[in-house]
Design a protein around this ligand. Sequence first.
Ligand code: PLP
Length: 366
Amino acid sequence: MIPYLDLKSINLAHQEELKTAFDNVLQSGWYIMGKHLELFEQNYAQYNQTKFSVGVANGLDALILSLKALNICEGEEVIVPSNTYIATWLAVSYVGAIPVPVEPNWATCNIHPDLIEAKISSKTKAIIPANLYGQAAELDKIMAIANQYKLAVVEDNAQSQGALCNGKLAGSFGHLNATSFYPGKNLGALGDAGAVTTNDETLHNQVKVIRNYGSQVKYYNEIKGVNSRLDELQAALLNVKLKYLPADTAERQRLAKIYDEQLAGINGLTLPQNAENCTSVYHIYQIRTAKRDELQKYLTEQGIGTVIHYPVPPHLQKAYKELNYQQGDFPIAEKIANETLSIPLYQGMSEAQQMQVIEKVKAFFS
Ligand SMILES: *Cc1c(COP(=O)(O)O)cnc(C)c1O
């Protein structure tokens, strides 16, 4: 059996340090908004090469709080990728705005910069590029378009901590950037967690106030905020795991390169492709084939775990029926949803395990 992802072994690799971190929080008697969070916010901002980082409850909240800080409201439009996890769209809906989808580049699966301008209207206020599957979107081009039209950019960087566009880190381009530390993400907590990063001090303060009931001074509320705090325990655990992120990323990239080499040249199989000047940290190693369902069934029978990211694009989800999109409206996103399959890739995966995945994929196509 080769699991799609072995979270237990990933976390047990740091068992002693994680237990010490837990003990420190337990012994401190202080569980919300304390020194572990402050330290994590400093550490994550430093890692991400942004001036500020604000810990929040999860990745979806990181997106919602970013849009609230930008004061995006009812009836305004936000450009989103047609191919993304639904959270990118939901954040827009939660502030009452309308998600306006733009198709991806088929090669990279990330939002196509050349298709954005046609979707900009007088109501457009922001663009949310998602850095999908671990690859930085073409953020330099997207920022140029945003600057030209005076739009805000919020990166959805839940999947791509450490990826680069022109040598600059994903999660450091946007006016605000949202990330997730969901357990299965490249930097995973042992529960829900997320963060917003920014270089803008005013926006930074705004997110901090919103996450804590709209209050800077306890029991004095400037605005109607929410409770979306990152607790001390998760912050302490994340401080341990952040130290290993660069090594984990290098390991994921090493494993991806082996797949790239070993699975190259198979007829009917598309491998991940990076945009020029963009790199991937391979949150997901995504392969594409018209025979996706048969391939998944075959790999399951062979004891190899796989996942489909994602089977239904947001515009065809029941949750978005009010937008009245039909099958065929976003054909590239739909084709990706029909053909995509994520195969096992995680730090700690052995050479023998990876060779077995490669052999079985090859066997299926031969
Ligand atoms: C995981 C994810 C999110 C949401 O993060 P949560 O912490 O689960 O709320 C948002 N966008 C993308 C692209 C994601 O992969």
